[in-house]
Design a protein around this ligand. Structure first.
Ligand code: C2E
Ligand code: MG
Ligand code: MG
Ligand code: MG
Length: 283
């Protein structure tokens, strides 16, 4: 009897694990089809300089809207990374983000910076540098208008190769930022070796920055650290005016979040930029 119970619970366990795996495989296959049918779309989330009220940048965020609903990148990007699909998908994202940057520059937004999220698997790929430089040449967009967002995760692989590659990308004129700053496990010493322009303070520290003393202390320390290193600071996940005011008092230069704007499809982005060219109200 005891053995039978053990046996049946083992079966239940392996069934649910199997279900998870086959769900993942099905979604990966669905993603492969979506990529080749071009069912994915880029949204852009405006970034605001809160010291002078100017829109300074846009973060490119991928969206997958299926007939059955929206699938979050938090769900499918990890699958794209596991399956290798992130390589062709990442190239498609890069080229289309560059195209959008070029379009906006030609419309007169000549200082706009379009940020692109880079997965560690892309960064490790031997063709990554050529892919980026190729996309810049193909779309005729100046490198200074493009920012690559990397996470502390890329640093974990091979430190000296990472430093070399970052210096090569910086030499081209690209902007470089550390995404989700404060959530990684790497030491801070990389900050002095990497040619980084900007720290993106993770949204988990921002959501309660107005009510939680520990979060406030952490954000304030990151702002001071970044400023002393000569880096630009941007806070992610700014949802309330109170967050904005605290960050402004701390000396954080930029914000991104639902308070200013959600990620926008291209059609809405252009109207938003026109209506908000000069946002003195926030400065
Ligand atoms: P991330 O790069 O840290 O992007 C910021 C996420 O925060 C986005 O989620 C954005 O929509 C969300 N967000 C922005 N403002 C607020 C706010 O005020 N409140 C809240 N609650 N959330 C806010 P999203 O678009 O779902 O993307 C999730 C993650 O998926 C991204 O985190 C990034 O790691 C990844 N991802 C998205 N697009 C791409 C892409 O094109 N390439 C790669 N490699 N990864 C991507
Ligand atoms: Mg990002
Ligand atoms: Mg982030
Ligand atoms: Mg993230």
């Amino acid at each position: 009897q005891a053995i039978a119970t053990e046996h049946s619970s083992l079966i239940i366990y392996s069934q649910s694990l199997g279900e998870t795996i086959s769900k993942e495989l099905a979604l990966t296959e669905q993603l492969r089809v979506a990529i080749s049918n071009k069912e994915l779309e880029l949204y852009f989330q405006p970034q605001l300089n809160i010291q002078n009220g100017q829109i300074v940048g846009l973060e490119t965020l991928i969206r997958w809207i299926t007939p059955d609903g929206f699938i979050s990148p938090a769900e499918f990007i990890p699958l794209a990374e596991k399956s290798g699909l992130i390589i062709p998908l990442g190239e498609w994202i890069t080229i289309n983000a560059c195209k959008q940057a070029k379009y906006l520059i030609d419309q007169g937004y000549k200082d706009i910076v379009v940020a692109i999220n880079i997965s560690p698997q892309q960064f490790q790929h031997p063709n990554f540098y050529d892919m980026i430089v190729g996309a810049l040449a193909f779309t005729q967009v100046p490198a200074k208008n493009i920012e690559l967002e990397i996470t502390e995760g890329v640093i974990m692989y091979n430190e000296s190769d990472t430093i070399d590659l970052l210096h090569k990308l910086k030499a081209v004129g690209l902007m470089l930022s550390i995404d989700d700053f404060g959530t990684g496990y790497s030491s801070l010493s990389y900050l002095k070796q990497f040619p980084i322009d900007k720290l993106k303070i993770d949204q988990s520290f921002i959501f309660n920055v107005n009510t939680n003393e520990a979060d406030k202390a952490i954000v304030s320390a990151i702002v001071d650290l970044g400023k002393n290193l000569g880096l630009t600071l941007i806070a992610e996940g700014v949802e309330e005016l109170e967050h904005l005011n605290i960050l402004k008092d701390m000396g954080c230069q930029e914000i991104q979040g639902y308070y200013f704007s959600r990620p926008l499809p291209v059609a809405k982005l252009h109207t938003f930029l026109q209506d908000n060219q000069d946002h003195k109200a926030f400065a």
